[in-house]
Design a protein around this ligand. Structure first.
Ligand code: TYD
Ligand code: MG
Length: 459
């Protein structure tokens, strides 16, 4: 008989303790300890009976001197999805384990089912959330399956691995890690010890067989993948799928990548027939209006390594109630307050009695400091009710003394603005070392202070 034991596990970092505590001693988070029941006979011996080491080629050998270790084994599966390849650093590495996180309904299942349908390989798609019929319906919506995509609706990790052993797929997709359960853990699926154990088993399997595994993970209310630290340590790549559900754009961001850069980013558009790649995001994100309106300006931002021109809109109106409102969508509210304070103090432009609303068009969220200058321009434009010329854009960080600071990779931003037919860009005068702007048609205006922007635009 298995002896039942209760322990408390921190849902943030996985620390366990025999007693409940208000604060985790390991990560310092409050109220994260959850009670879990574990079976005492959870021995490796027993596991071995169930989890057969599949065609393991690795022998137990001693330490190997570094020069003798053969390089290679970074063979990659190149998918049809260019955005995914880019985010993964050039394709899916054999034997890697990739966690895809995102809020419910954002399109995680769609993204990976689409990958499974389009890859001309044998894929095992395991779903613990949907029935075969539901998956079939979704697949028909995206495209008619051509590949060898096997669907398994199962949640027992031991059974899944047995099926995988028989099928010998080239890729496994698990939708989602929170639905998996190991027979050796008593607690419910989705609990920390279950998630950790199942992810461990999948990782072991991936490493032993060389079959890459995608794990879909739900994220909790704070925006972190449930049991974040423990899963992030375990997997090779962490991707985050984000976007506003009310808009069609979705961004696939790399949080961690053992085989490539974490600066990469993929952009998709959710359509009636699945997710479509967006190779030129700037062209879609810019407002479609021909008419020039006040309060709207274009920022030359960089998302990851990709230049992207996005539109910012500000509305400054007289406050009706006592305390003026400040609201920002897609931008940090505190940073907006800071920009308002800079305008107030350094340029004598008063927003004190006004409501200020700021919006980044397209449901995009950005924390690129280069947005500052475009936002300042949009704020003044709305306050003065003077429109900014339509073929003009901005890239500069605003400092506390009202100085315009340099931003990274300014040449890429200028290049993108030039490619899209912009006529003028405002950048910091400290941002020009070693760059020859004369090769571009766009006029590059270099400014040092916010007042200079004010003069250039509105006087
Ligand atoms: P889903 O992939 O189930 O999200 P997740 O697995 O992250 O919870 O689907 C998300 C939404 O996408 C759902 O509301 C329906 C919509 N959708 C489309 O708009 N077009 C499509 O082709 C598909 C398959 C889904
Ligand atoms: Mg899903």
């Amino acid at each position: 008989m298995a002896k039942i034991k209760k322990i408390y596990i921190c849902s943030n970092c996985g620390e366990n303790s025999p007693k409940w505590a208000g604060k985790c001693t390991s990560c310092g988070e409050w109220d994260t300890f959850q009670e879990e029941i574990i079976a005492k006979n959870d021995t490796r011996e027993q596991k071995k009976k169930v989890y057969r080491a599949p065609n393991s080629t690795k022998k137990a050998i001693g330490p190997i001197i570094l020069p003798d270790i053969k390089a290679g084994n970074t063979q990659r599966i190149i998918s049809q999805d260019e955005e995914l390849n880019r985010v993964l650093g050039g394709g899916i590495v054999q034997g890697s384990i990739i966690l895809v996180g995102g809020q419910p309904g954002i399109g995680k299942s769609t993204l990976l089912l689409q990958l499974a349908i389009h890859l001309p390989l044998r894929i095992l798609y395991v779903s613990g959330e949907e029935s075969e019929e539901q998956i079939k319906m979704r697949a028909d919506r995206i495209d008619h399956p051509k590949s060898e995509c096997y669907i398994l609706t199962e949640t027992g990790v031991d059974k899944i691995l047995n099926h995988a052993d028989k099928l010998e797929p080239d890729l496994i997709i698990i939708d989602s890690i929170q639905t998996l359960a190991s027979p050796f853990i008593e607690s419910a699926p989705g609990s920390i010890s279950q998630v950790r154990e199942c992810a461990n088993e999948m990782q072991r399997y991936a490493k032993e067989t060389g079959i890459p595994v995608f794990l879909i993970g739900h994220i909790n209310k704070d925006g972190a993948i449930a049991g974040p630290k423990l899963l992030e340590h375990l997997v090779d790549v962490v991707l985050q799928f984000e976007g506003d559900r009310n808009y069609a754009y979705r961004i696939l961001r790399t949080i961690k990548n053992r085989f490539g850069s974490t600066n990469e980013l993929g952009i998709y558009q959710m359509q009636a027939n699945g997710l479509k790649e967006v190779p030129n995001p700037s062209e879609i994100l810019l407002s479609q209006y021909e008419e020039i309106l006040s309060g709207s300006s274009i920022a030359a931002t960089l998302e990851g390594l990709r230049p992207m021109l996005i539109e910012t809109q500000a509305l400054v109106s007289t406050a009706v109630y006592g305390t003026p409102q400040r609201s920002a969508t897609g931008f940090d509210l505190r940073r907006l307050s800071m920009l308002l304070a800079v305008l107030e103090k350094r340029c004598g432009i008063h927003f004190g009695a006004n409501d200020v609303f700021l919006n980044i068009v397209g449901g995009i969220k950005s924390d690129d400091p280069a947005l500052d200058l475009a936002i300042v321009a949009a704020l003044i434009s709305s306050l003065e009710d003077i429109a900014i010329p339509s073929r003009m854009c901005f890239a500069g960080e605003v400092g506390l003394s009202g100085e315009i600071r340099a931003v990274n990779r300014v040449e890429k931003r200028v290049q993108e603005a030039d490619r899209l037919g912009f006529e003028q860009i405002f950048i910091s005068k400290y941002n020009t070392k070693g760059i020859n702007f004369s090769q571009y048609d766009i006029q590059v205006n270099q400014i040092g202070k916010v007042d200079e922007l004010f003069e250039a635009l509105f006087q």
